[in-house]
Write a protein that binds this ligand. Structure first.
Ligand code: NAP
Length: 486
């Protein structure tokens, strides 16, 4: 990403300049990346109208034409993978290795939905009468896609790929804290798309996000972010009677039984806390460890946490980068202080890291709490930072009860070599994804989404095409006869 860019909303393929701007800041060192023009209601309206105009022909394009455009987007990403990954790291502070994985995930997602739409088959249902139903999927129109800051490139692909594949035009609102990466990406995607098919609006959620979600031209909202904001967006969708997908927060539990491969369980206990400095919706921020192995496992975990390398996310040797900004830093430190005050045992971290680049950003030492009980805030609330709470359990029933004991249900894991137990517990856990002897891995096609307050709907799977479609039943008479009862 070039420094000192002045970017902003993209309407009909071009950046629009407005009166007000905000600074885009690199979380790694607090430096200014550039400035972002802020939309008012007029720009939000112009973006939606431009997409409505583009929809007139894009909505009629063939499945093959759309599939080709999505493949072209994947080619653009592949051709410049390092540049896209650098942009993600500069704007979010995510480790550069992780950003490359995310761009690869994006490529897979655009290719996957290209193949889904290329091979799409409508259905034909025969009635007893001999008449028949042809079921077709038609695009909705203009959809609003609202993104968080923690994994913007990847989460854009999870929404944009199915939305475009289904024949919709999209207006995207990135999070203010990670707008540059999305604007730069959307500018490059213009090479593959007719003007107006992909527009971007910029500014805060409360003003621009709200205006987009409530715009009468918007036919569906797909939102990823906190449960609180998701609830507000869901209420707008309810008022306007439009479909909504909500991908929200989590407090995912990883359950480690005494017979597990403990070396592997140890590595995967650290991965979602170190990656993105724990700012991952599906991070397994609660570790439930069986009594008999609790002390030895926690001791090994502490040694690993103590040795994690915190620093510059552009350095491939770094294992934990910064949190996004001061607001997030204060929130995470507040939970750490609260955990100590509630009587949890601080085993590692718990403080700001200083020295070198860390003085310029907000770096938190990866923090490990032992002796956590289910009633503590650090066991039930989403912290969204590098903090792991370890809880004890004795029986399988105990583990399931504790794991299901929060308002969230995004992810979970079960660690055991006993396949019967793995299956029993997987079925009992209230979560959209349950990993068995694994964590975080996913692929195009594997549905992702939440139970309970973690959301409504799924992403990543071909069923999502239905969420972005009007499903029409064309019922066709087979015979030219009078109705049977008259
Ligand atoms: P957030 O504060 O809820 O913001 C998410 C997006 O919504 C941002 O673009 C924000 O704009 C906008 N927004 C905020 N209030 C709004 C409103 N009233 N109306 C319309 N838009 C509004 O979340 P975040 O802090 O960016 O992201 C962290 C959260 O996202 C965590 O809870 C995490 O678990 C969740 N998340 C979930 C998933 C998943 O797939 N389930 C994936 C990633 C993250 P501004 O920021 O510009 O104000």
């Amino acid at each position: 990403m070039e420094r000192n860019q002045e970017l902003g909303p993209i309407i009909s393929g071009a950046i629009v300049r407005t009166e007000n701007t905000f600074k885009a800041i690199s979380p790694a060192d607090g430096s200014e990346l550039g400035r972002v023009f802020v939309c008012g209601e007029a720009e939000v309206d112009a973006a939606v109208r431009s997409s409505e105009t583009a929809f007139v022909s894009w909505g009629k394009s063939t499945f093959g034409e759309r599939a080709d455009r999505l493949d072209q987007i994947a080619d653009i990403l592949k051709g410049d993978l390092d540049w896209f990954a650098e942009n993600e790291t500069l704007d979010t502070g995510k480790g550069i290795g992780e950003s490359r994985l995310h761009v690869n995930n994006c490529i897979n997602m655009y290719r996957y939905f290209a193949s889904v739409i290329r091979t799409h088959e409508d259905t034909f249902i025969r009635y007893d009468s001999g008449s028949a139903s042809i079921v077709v999927r038609e695009p909705l129109g203009v959809v609003g896609l609202i993104l968080p800051w923690n994994a913007p490139s990847m989460l854009l692909s999870w929404k944009l790929a199915p939305a475009l594949a289904a024949g919709n035009c999209a207006v995207v609102k990135p999070a203010s804290a990670a707008s540059m990466v999305i604007i730069n990406m959307a500018l490059r995607f213009q090479e593959a798309l007719p003007p107006g098919v992909l527009n971007v609006v910029t500014g805060s959620g409360e003003t621009v996000g709200n205006a987009l979600a409530g715009h009468p031209g918007i036919r569906k909202i797909s939102f990823t972010g906190s449960s609180a904001a998701g609830s507000a967006v869901g209420a707008i969708a309810g008022r306007n009677i439009i479909p909504v997908t909500l991908e929200l927060g989590g407090k995912s539990a990883s359950v480690i039984f005494e017979d597990a491969n403990l070396d592997r369980a140890l590595q995967y206990a650290i991965l979602p806390i170190a990656s993105s400095a724990g700012q991952i919706c599906v991070s397994s921020s609660r570790l439930l460890v069986q009594d008999s192995i609790y002390d030895a496992f926690t001791k090994r975990l502490k040694a690993k946490f103590d040795g994690l390398r915190v620093g510059d996310p552009m350095d491939l040797e770094t294992q934990v980068g910064p949190v996004i900004d001061k607001t997030q830093f204060d929130k995470v430190m507040g939970y750490i202080d609260g955990g100590i005050a509630a009587g949890a045992k601080l085993l590692s971290g718990g403080k700001r890291v200083t020295g070198g680049i860390c003085d310029k950003g907000f770096y938190i030492a990866p923090t490990l709490f032992g002796g956590v009980t289910p009633d503590m805030a650090i066991a039930g609330e989403e912290i969204f930072g590098p903090v792991l709470s370890v809880l004890r359990f004795s029986t399988e029933e105990d583990a399931v009860r504790i794991a299901n004991g929060t308002q969230y249900g995004l992810g979970a894991a079960v660690w055991t070599k006993d396949i019967y137990r793995a299956m029993r517990v997987s079925h009992a856990l209230e979560a959209g994804t349950v990993w068995v002897n694994d964590y975080l891995d996913n692929g195009a096609g594997s549905p992702f989404g939440g139970y309970k307050k973690s959301g409504v709907g799924r992403e990543l799977n071909k069923i999502v095409i239905d969420y972005y479609s009007n499903i029409k039943n064309i019922s066709v008479a087979n015979v030219d006869e009078a109705p049977p009862i008259f």
